[in-house]
Design a protein around this ligand. Sequence first.
Ligand code: GLY
Length: 359
Amino acid sequence: MKNSISRRKFVTSTLGAGTGVLIIPNISGLTNQKSDKVIKPMIITSHTNDTGRNAMEAGWEILKAGGTAVDAVEKAANIIEVDPEDTSVGYGGLPNEHGVVQLDSSFMDGKTYSAGAVACLENIKTPSSVAKLVMQRTDHVLLVGAGALEFAKAWGFREENLLTEKARKIWLRWKEELSPSDDWGVPEHLQNIRKNEAYWKDFPDIEHHYGTTNVLAIDINGDIAGCTTTSGMSFKLNGRVGDSPIIGAGLYVDNEVGAAGATGRGEDVIKSCASYYMLLKMKEGRTPQQACEDALHMIIDRYKKVNPGFYPGEKFVAINKYGELGCATMIGKSNPQMSVRTESGYSKYEGVVAYPGKP
Ligand code: GLY
């Protein structure tokens, strides 16, 4: 992105103007040469719980101090990843079919056109930081499994057990109820009696989800970065990789346009290159909101040909370089939201359901 003035030049010229004081640049006051639209530093995440809010505040502190979008995104993503209560991302994420937590994450820097990702990474709480190092310290884009772990350990990451008690119990519950014709679970003759035990009361519903979070940011220089991080589809086949570490699917960032990220059924997102599609749409002049909806319609247009009535559950978020926002889900009873932190404070942006009323 070509700013009318770089941050360094701004400070220098301010000092040179003879004011006698160091004036901190107005962080909302940078303009884009081509359109004169104001560049607004900001950070967003698809997570809307308290942890998402804390993540936004921490990321904003970095942006406010003049830090980079890359650093702000990493800080925010790490906060979400280490939350043990969150069963969709990082530590505490639901495991694969064998009870092993395998994490996927991608990172992209819209200024340098650099990207890095890890898939099926085990035992490391913050896969986004490993993805960032793949981006910054290698000429590769994607490391998987044992190689990703080896790389993380080389950079000093500590191996830890990522399976929390909560996640383990949910996984065991899933395993016990997976099939009525195997030997897992309560003995058949006691099933009705023992179904009231505390074990089932703690977890009345088996959580089964695709989870994931996206973090996107614009810094004071108008540079844009993004990260997508997840424990992936719960109880997935060992070795399954979702969309989150696939550049163009779960994440795409381009300083000249903006950034987009996906959560939900990764298989659809991979096949549709959804995040890249959203960037292309924004480049054509669509707003981030329109781009999110366009991508969802594009997926359904394809499925219509083979299975009309199939509406997979995806949620897309997008920002453009001017700080305009977009968020949309395929289906759902209430409008999707995302967390936003700008100099005006924390807020939740409400998007739309693309196919309301669909199952
Ligand atoms: N969107 C996350 C996954 O499918 O793994």
